[in-house]
Each structure stands twice: as structure tokens, then as C-alpha cells.
Write a protein of this length. Sequence first.
Length: 436
Amino acid sequence: MVPRYACPAMTAIWEPEAKYRIWFEIEAHATEKLGELGVVPKSAAKALWDWWATDPKIDVEAIDAIEAVTKHDVIAFLTWVAENVGDEARFMHQGMTSSDVLDTTLAVQLARSTDLLLEDLDQLLAAIKRRAEEHKYTPTIGRSHGIHAEPVTFGLKLAQAYAEFDRCKTRLIAAREEIATCAISGAVGTFANIDPSVEEYVAEKLGLKPEPVSTQVIPRDRHAMYFATLAVIAGSIERVAVEIRHLQRTEVLEAEEFFSKGQKGSSAMPHKRNPILTENLTGQARMIRAYALPALENVALWHERDISHSSVERFIGPDATITLDFALARLTGVVDKLLIYPERMQANMDRMGGLIHSQRVLLALTQNGVSREAAYRLVQRNAMKVWESDGRLMLLDLLKQDEEVTAALTNEQLEERFDLDYHFKQVDTIFDRVFG
């Protein structure tokens, strides 16, 4: 985790003290249920909860010192609790294995992280919707292969982003459901030394579902799906970031990141206004996507368990969620304050001499008796003259001077095909589909 790219609420979920508090809750809830079943004295759970009610400080350094000797993190924690609670603490962890604690804790942390990510997505969606409505009918050029294609509106560009992130939200909800499972099944997952009702009880207390069948660990296909979902969201973030970066290029300059008073763009060139936020988002997206691969490789563990996944998840659990949380918040800020230049959009559309209307002329010719092949040839030969003049010539003028074209279309019919508003007649339909 890099502090520069972290928000406090998400970081707090992954702090050692927060982890140990979840460990304690798992152990205490399990002991409580074991007491109800008569496996351990009820006084054991009472002793644990009475001590917990004093709101003890989790002494991370003391636990680390014990682990330096035991070389086992869960044993170190149990030893520290016993030193503070006393004799009744010996009934903790009855029939449980370390993975019961570690895997269930990871499920809690990922579920809580996902709740924050869902809030982030809601904020981003709200910002995109507001700006989309603002520029619903702002004309701009649509590009394919980076080349002028046909007109769209800037609102439609934003509507595309909204629909994409709405799908991201749906996937993330499903990923949370997938990851939020509890395993308290003991060694190799057989429940030989602990009753399944303990797992059900702990799961309910922690807002999880019991894992239907664990080995000695929760199956890692769940985690692979989760981190793959985060990677897809990162890809969507980058798509918007790259679009803004392209639009901010000097030659385009149809939109740009907000540039605050006192901000500096370059240490050498005082005129620079660089798209640093969206470039940063592109880099963060690369990192988040990178965490999906080790999660996929974690699926194939040896037999009922090994710990090859453990070190991986100590990295990717906090890093992926913390980075995505920051990236979503940053993108929300970029969209919210994005500077948009309708006049520059119009100027860019006009600079190629009306080439963006070529398809409408092509279709009109075919509808007036000209074969598609001949119509394409007629339009293209005039369009290439405009292209090669860098927009100094006008397509409409050339078409009016082309006898083969005017044999099929009147000047008035040609002029009708250069109507910009024609391209926006279904904007309302699309907005209804996206925003409802």
C-alpha cells in the first residue's frame, strides 16, 4: 500500500489492529456457541467478552514479539489473548484451525472493503449522470480509429461511461456475495472436531454465509472472481481516463482536467497544463489489473491446503482494494470538475469540410437509384479531395459540382444531408435506456 494513493477509511480496514479485532470476534463467537453446545464451559466466552468490554488496546508489537518466537501468527495472537484474559482463554480455538480464522477474516475485510467501493461507484455514477445531463445535446465528433467519423454528443460519451460503471456495480455486488463466506470447519474441512452449527453461528454474527464445502481453506476460485472483478472496474476507469487524456491534447482540447490556481504543469515550461490525474489513473488501473493474475494462480492449491496463496493475499487484499478506492474517488473528482469546451468541439467538427456527413450522402444516392458501389465511388472521390486539402475545400460544394451526383440528387437534397441535428434524433431514446 502506497500512502500517496490511499484513503483513510479503506486503509483502516487493513490495519493490523483491525485484523486482530476480527480474529478475536471469530474466536469469541465460536467459543460462545461451543459453550451453548456444552463442549466448553459457558464461562469461557463470558470471560472473553468481559475482557473485550473493557475495550482493550490491541498490542500489535507484543503479538509480533510472540510471533518472532512461535513463527505462527494465529498462535501468537491466541497466546497474547490468554496472557490478558487468563485461564478461561484455554477454551478458545477448540476444534478450529488457523485457516478458519484467517480465511473468515479475509472475507470480512473484503466484504467491508466492497461496501466502500460500492459507495465510491455510487458517487462516480452521480457525477457522470449530472455531467451527462448537462451536455446531453452538446455536439462533438465521434471518432473511430482516432479519425473523425460521425457526430455524437458529449452527453452520449458520458452516458456510455455511466452504463459501463453501472455494469461494474452489478458485478461488484455479485463479487461481494461470492467472497463473503465463512469457514469454521477445522482441519481439512471435515467438521470432525467442531460442529457445523458453530460455523453457522459465527457466519451470522459477522454477516457472512457458511462456506458449503471447504477443504481446510475457502476455495480460491471465489477470490479469483473477486479480484478479476476489481480488474474489470480498473479497465473501465482507464477507458474514461484515456478518453479524457486524448481530448486534452493540444491539437484537440475539447475537454481537460480542472487546473487549480497556483498549480504548476511543468518544472521547465510554465505554459504546460498536463492531464496528470488521468495519467495517474491509467497507472493505477495497470496495478489493479495486475493483482488479478496471482489471484487466479491461487486457485490451484495442493490437496486440502497449502499456504502459497497466503503471501499473495497479504499483498493483493489491501493493495487492490485501497488502490481501487482511491482511483474511483479520483475519477469522480475529475468528472465533477472536468472543463468542457463546446466551441472547440464544434470547430473540430467543422475543420474537415463536412466529411462527417459522407454516409448520409451515400445512403441518399442509393435510395435514388444509384448502386451502392457507384455511390461509394462518387462520394469517396469528392471526399478525398477535401481530405487532401486539409478541409480547405468543402464536400457539399464539390458534390454540387459533380454531374454524376447531381444527376441523382438536387442541391436541396444534398443540403438536407448536411444537417447536424439529424444525428441527435435518438439521444432521448438512448438516455432513457441508460438512465431510465
